[in-house]
Design a protein around this ligand. Structure first.
Ligand code: UDX
Length: 433
C-alpha cells in the first residue's frame, strides 16, 4: 500500500475516475475541486457524469472512508504525498493546450506541499509541462511525474482497473517508480521514461488511434466502390499482430473530447519544433471526408437536395455509452445536413434536451424515443452505435416515415430485417444493395 495520502485535484471525468479507482485499491484519497456545489454533491455520492460503474465505485469509496471530497486544491494537497493534477487543459484556440488552470493551481499549492511530495500530471499536457511545473513550484524537494491516463469514456472504470501499461516519466526516477507502485496491484507493465517521452506517449497514442480510424474509413470508401466489404478487410487485417483487430470499425469519423484536440495539439507541437508531420493533417482531412461521405449518402437518398427534408438521426453522442456531445461525429454530419437545409429530429438514449447550434453542432430537435424521431422523416441515418438501434422494430420504424432509406453509419441495422421492412439500406464500407 502507498505510503501516504493521494490528493486528486479536479473532480472531472479523469479525476473522479482516478480518485475512486485509486481508493478502491486501498489508498487514502482526497479529491479537491474548486466547485463547492459539486464537492457537496460528490460527498453525498452523487456522480454528475454518466460513466458505467463509477457511482458504485464512489459509493464504496465513501463508505470505506478512503475517498473524501474537499473544496479547493490547497485543502486536498496539504498533507498529501502524491498530488494528481486532473485539471482541464482546453484547446487555447490556436491548437495549443491552455495550461493556465494547471499553472494557477500549481502556484497555489506549491508553498503548502509537504516536503518530499510528488506532483503528478494526469491531464494531457504538452511536452515540457513537467519541466515548466518544476519551475513554477521552485522547490527542490518536490518531484514532478508525468503519468498520463488512457481512459475511454463509457469504459473508464474498466480501463483504469485493467490498464495495458502504466506510463511514468520524470527526471526523478525514484519518484516515478513510487507513482508506478500505486498501481502495483494491476500487475501491468510500467514504462518509466523521461517526462518529455511520457508526455509525448499520450499524444502519440491518441493521434495514432485517430490515424488508424481515418485509415479504415478511407479503406471503407474504397471498398464501397470496388465491391469489397470493410468489415471483412478489417477482420483480415486485424489478425496480423502488428496491426491488431481494435479500432478498425468504420463509422462517421472519430470525435470526442480527446482525439480532435490531441491530434491538433500534436500537429502544433510538431510545427512549433519545425518537424514536418503530414500524416497528422491527413488524419484530420480524412476524418472530414468520412463525415462528408455520410452526408453525401443522405443527400443522395433524399433525391439530391436536402432543402426542407426531414432527416431522422439515431444517435447524437460521439460514441455509445456516454452522454458526451463534444466534437461528436454525429453532430458533425448533422451540421453538414443542416447547412443544406435539412430539418433534423434526433433520438439518443443519453440525451433528453434539444441540441442548440454551436461551433461543433447544429440545432437538433431531440425526441424521447427512436420511433418519434422518424415521424415524417424522408431518411433515417444511424450515427452512434447504441446497441438498442440493432433491436428496434423496423416495420414500426417504416410506418412513421415518408421515405424508405436508412443510411447506416455504424453497421447497426440487420440487412435482412431492413429489406423485410421495405427499406433500402445504405451501409458504410460496402456497396448498397
Ligand atoms: C480516447 C482514447 O481512446 C483514450 O485512450 C484517451 O484517454 C481519450 O481519448 P475516448 O475519447 O473516450 O477515448 O473515445 P474512443 O473510444 O477512443 O473513441 C473515439 C472516437 O472514435 C469515437 O468517435 C468513436 O466512435 C470512434 N471509433 C472508435 C470508431 O469510429 N471506430 C472504432 O473502431 C473505434
Amino acid at each position: 500500500m502507498a505510503d501516504g495520502r493521494i490528493a486528486v485535484i479536479g473532480s472531472g471525468y479523469v479525476g473522479l475516475t482516478s480518485g475512486a479507482c485509486l481508493a478502491s485499491l486501498g489508498h487514502d484519497v482526497v479529491c479537491g475541486d474548486s466547485d463547492a456545489t459539486k464537492v457537496a454533491a460528490l460527498s453525498r455520492g452523487e456522480v454528475p457524469i454518466l460513466e458505467p460503474g463509477l457511482d458504485e465505485m464512489v459509493a464504496k469509496g465513501i463508505a470505506s472512508g478512503r475517498l473524501t471530497f474537499v473544496h479547493g486544491a490547497t485543502a486536498a494537497a496539504k498533507g498529501s504525498r502524491y498530488i494528481f493534477l486532473c485539471l482541464p487543459t482546453p484547446d487555447g484556440g490556436d491548437g495549443r493546450a491552455d495550461l493556465r488552470i494547471v499553472h494557477n493551481v500549481v502556484a497555489e499549492i506549491g508553498p503548502v506541499l509537504d516536503p518530499g511530495a510528488i506532483l503528478v500530471t494526469k491531464s494531457t499536457v504538452p511536452v515540457g509541462t513537467a519541466h515548466d511545473i518544476t519551475a513554477t513550484v521552485a522547490r527542490p524537494d518536490i518531484a514532478v511525474v508525468s503519468n498520463p491516463e488512457f481512459l475511454q469514456e463509457g469504459t473508464a472504470v474498466r480501463n483504469f482497473m485493467n490498464p495495458d501499461r502504466i506510463v511514468v516519466g520524470s527526471t526523478d526516477r525514484v519518484a516515478a517508480e513510487a507513482v508506478a507502485e500505486l498501481y502495483a496491484a494491476f500487475g501491468a507493465p510500467s514504462v518509466v521514461t523521461s517526462p518529455e517521452s511520457s508526455e509525448l506517449i499520450k499524444y502519440a497514442s491518441n493521434a495514432f488511434l485517430a490515424m488508424k480510424l481515418s485509415f479504415i474509413n478511407s479503406i471503407g470508401a474504397l471498398a464501397e466502390t470496388v465491391g469489397a466489404d470493410v468489415a471483412e478487410i478489417a477482420n483480415g487485417m486485424g489478425f496480423d499482430e502488428r496491426i491488431g483487430p481494435k479500432f478498425l470499425r468504420t463509422g462517421p469519423g472519430w470525435g470526442g473530447s480527446c482525439f480532435p484536440k490531441d491530434t491538433r495539439a500534436l500537429a502544433t507541437i510538431a510545427a512549433d519544433h519545425h518537424v514536418q508531420f503530414p500524416l497528422l493533417e491527413a488524419t484530420t482531412v480524412s476524418n472530414d471526408q468520412a463525415q462528408d461521405r455520410v452526408a453525401d449518402k443522405v443527400r443522395a437518398a433524399a433525391g439530391g437536395s436536402l432543402d426542407g427534408v426531414v432527416v431522422a438521426l439515431w444517435g447524437l453522442t460521439f460514441k455509445a455509452g456516454t452522454d458526451d456531445l463534444r466534437d461528436s461525429p454525429a453532430l458533425a454530419v448533422a451540421g453538414r445536413l443542416a447547412a443544406e437545409g435539412a430539418v433534423l429530429r434526433g433520438y439518443d438514449p443519453a440525451i433528453s434536451v434539444d441540441v442548440k447550434a454551436g461551433k461543433d453542432r447544429p440545432d437538433v430537435t431531440v425526441v424521447p424515443d427512436a420511433y418519434s424521431a422518424v415521424a415524417g422523416a424522408e431518411v433515417l441515418v444511424v450515427l452512434t452505435e447504441w446497441p438498442i438501434f440493432s433491436e428496434l422494430d423496423l416495420v414500426k420504424t417504416a410506418e412513421g416515415m415518408t421515405g424508405r432509406t436508412i443510411v447506416d453509419g455504424r453497421g447497426m441495422i440487420d440487412p435482412a430485417a431492413a429489406a423485410a421492412a421495405g427499406f433500402r439500406l445504405v451501409p458504410l464500407g460496402r456497396p448498397a444493395h
